[in-house]
Design a protein around this ligand. Structure first.
Ligand SMILES: [Zn+2]
Length: 173
């Protein structure tokens, strides 16, 4: 029998092969086993995140990954610190590049591009965790604390362009 801490093993994929062969990977990741960065933003660690990862070749023949996530989560209201339900529903595409130069060139030409370097082994769970973090509300608050604990968290998300800019910033500069 596996001990709980060994359950969230990485799911390693070769992203280029995954994209070129049009592979798919779907499953559910228990929230309680996700990275601490995510659990610390949540009011409780119950439930699970459904994920669907699809590899494909985009319209300009670049390998890419589409990541779709859904989950019913409970985030922490930043005013009263009570939990509030939040429905995570994200759909994003990561374009794969084989060199940092090509990646930067493509990002300069298209500032909406979400790009990563294709390493030979990519942890799909880590990828999903990064997407969850970007999909969580930045500073969720009830409309009316105490009276309104059941209303859905307002999707006060971080500015997507700021997030992209941060992603695209080269690490060594
Ligand atoms: Zn509140």
């Amino acid at each position: 029998m596996y001990h709980a801490e060994f359950m969230s093993k990485p799911i390693l994929i070769d992203p280029l092969k995954f994209a070129r062969e049009g592979r798919s990977l779907a499953g559910k990741a228990p929230v309680g086993e996700l990275d601490e960065r995510i659990r610390s933003d949540l009011a409780d660690a119950s439930g699970e995140v459904s994920y669907q990862l699809d590899g494909f070749i985009d319209e300009v023949r670049r390998p890419a990954l589409r990541i779709r996530l859904t989950a019913a989560l409970s985030v922490t209201c930043q005013r009263c610190l009570d939990g509030m339900p939040f429905s995570l529903d994200t759909d994003s595409v990561l374009t794969l590049f084989t060199s940092q130069d090509k990646l930067e060139e493509a990002c300069e030409q298209d500032d909406t591009l979400d790009a990563i370097l294709a390493e030979p082994e990519l942890d799909a769970i880590a990828l999903i965790e990064d997407e969850i973090i970007m999909g969580l509300p930045h500073s969720p608050k009830h409309d009316d604390c105490g009276r309104d604990t059941l209303s859905l968290a307002k999707a006060d998300k971080p500015n997507p362009f700021a997030v992209l800019a941060a992603l695209k910033r080269p690490k060594s500069e």
